[in-house]
Design a protein around this ligand. Structure first.
Ligand code: ATP
Length: 361
């Protein structure tokens, strides 16, 4: 593994029409998903939406009622977990407390009854990859959370999996450590060229390290795409609200053809660009930094409102602005000497129709 010409061929994963039930509970509904070789892929969604279930299905700890999962063209659902060549790192790390770091990493290889010389070589290489060769004699309790996480990772790398599955591996770390370890994880994944799936409910984590994301809700995949694509072109209100802050204005579309306009409930009208798709029951959605406050640029449309509250954040000021019955958030860049707008005062928002989205539930 240390030689670049020795790098394993990255594998792809194809999931087709997959349904999983826990007794009568329909936990995964018609899942279809393609993960490319060497991709760092995130399963993102709120608690209980089925992310872990799909990970456990791939690993072999949960059964599908229908469907198929292929790794590099071979069906794996009929194989027991230990014959799938898949490495899984659990949220809890599941390290043996009474064994040294070295023994923890060697454990899976000893179970596979590999020759002692090969075990020694593989454990050494795996610990070197995660930078823990010097701590082989310690017990897990003598390590920091981030180091324990790396031991769990080394143990998985040592079995040389085709695919790496990570179930919220950073959730036990403090905020600073999480940022550092996630970068290391990304580096390592790139160096090894491992197809990796990362389960998280933290959109920032998914955005910063993953190539693509599948957004889950109630056992279904809502949308799949690169982080920026999901942020800029969400398919529905759920995805828009889960990736970043989304302002939602109620209202309805009047007119037709090139004279369509969105009549905002409580006043104001935004022309709908001719090429915009507006699904039935759509609401107007925009990001806090896509509106201006107090000024309206030439290509923007004015919307009257009143300041409800404000938060000074340093680089920006985040205003809550009442428009009819809704309160929207608007981020204004802050420059030295700027006067802030006061709660209660009337103001105007400038919204560019081209940066707005029309989305339904
Ligand atoms: P979290 O982020 O909280 O881990 P998740 O998205 O990973 O959530 P899953 O663990 O996949 O969610 O669970 C999906 C749904 O299936 C949940 O409603 C959960 O309560 C249910 N569930 C999970 N495991 C079982 C089980 N063994 N028996 C019955 N229901 C289960």
């Amino acid at each position: 593994r240390k030689h670049s010409d020795d790098k394993p061929q990255a594998k792809d994963i194809r999931i087709r029409d997959t349904n999983v039930f826990y007794s009568n509970f329909h936990a995964l509904k018609d899942i279809n998903l393609d993960i490319e070789p060497g991709e760092f892929f995130a399963f993102l969604g709120p608690s209980g939406c089925g992310k872990t279930t799909l990970l456990r299905l791939i690993a072999g700890f949960v059964e599908a009622r229908t469907g198929s999962v292929q790794v590099a063209g071979s069906e794996i659902l009929s194989l027991p977990p230990w014959r799938r060549d898949i490495g899984m790192v659990f949220q809890s790390y599941a390290l043996w407390p009474h064994l040294s770091v070295w023994k923890n990493v060697a454990f899976g290889l000893e179970e596979r009854r590999l020759p002692a010389a090969e075990i020694k070589q593989r454990v050494g290489a795996a610990l070197e990859i995660v930078g823990l060769n010097h701590l082989g004699n310690r017990r897990p309790s003598q390590l920091s959370g981030g180091q324990q996480q790396r031991v769990a990772l080394a143990r998985t790398i040592a079995i040389e999996p085709k695919v790496l599955l990570l179930d919220e591996p950073l959730s036990n770390l403090d905020a600073k450590m999480r940022v550092q370890v996630r970068r290391e994880l990304r580096d390592l994944q790139q160096r090894l060229g491992l197809t990796t799936i990362f389960v998280t409910h933290d959109q920032e984590e998914a955005n910063t390290i993953c190539d693509r994301i599948a957004v889950f809700r109630d056992g279904e995949i809502q949308q799949t795409g690169a982080p920026m694509q999901l942020y800029e072109r969400p398919n529905n209100l759920f995805v828009a609200g889960f990736l970043g802050t989304a302002n939602i204005l109620e209202g309805r579309v009047e007119g037709s053809g090139s004279s369509r306009a969105f009549e905002v409930a409580g006043g104001g009208s935004i022309p709908v660009p001719a090429d915009a798709h507006v699904p039935p029951g759509a609401k107007l959605v925009f990001r806090p930094q896509y509106a201006t406050i107090g000024t309206v640029e030439p290509d923007a449309v004015p919307l009257a409102g009143a300041i409800a509250h404000r938060e000074f954040l340093g680089a920006t000021v985040r205003y809550g602005v009442e428009i009819g019955k809704s309160t929207v958030l608007v981020d204004a860049p802050f420059h030295s000497g700027d006067a802030l707008l006061s709660p209660g005062s009337k103001t105007v928002l400038g919204i560019k129709p081209g940066s707005a989205l029309w989305l339904a539930a």
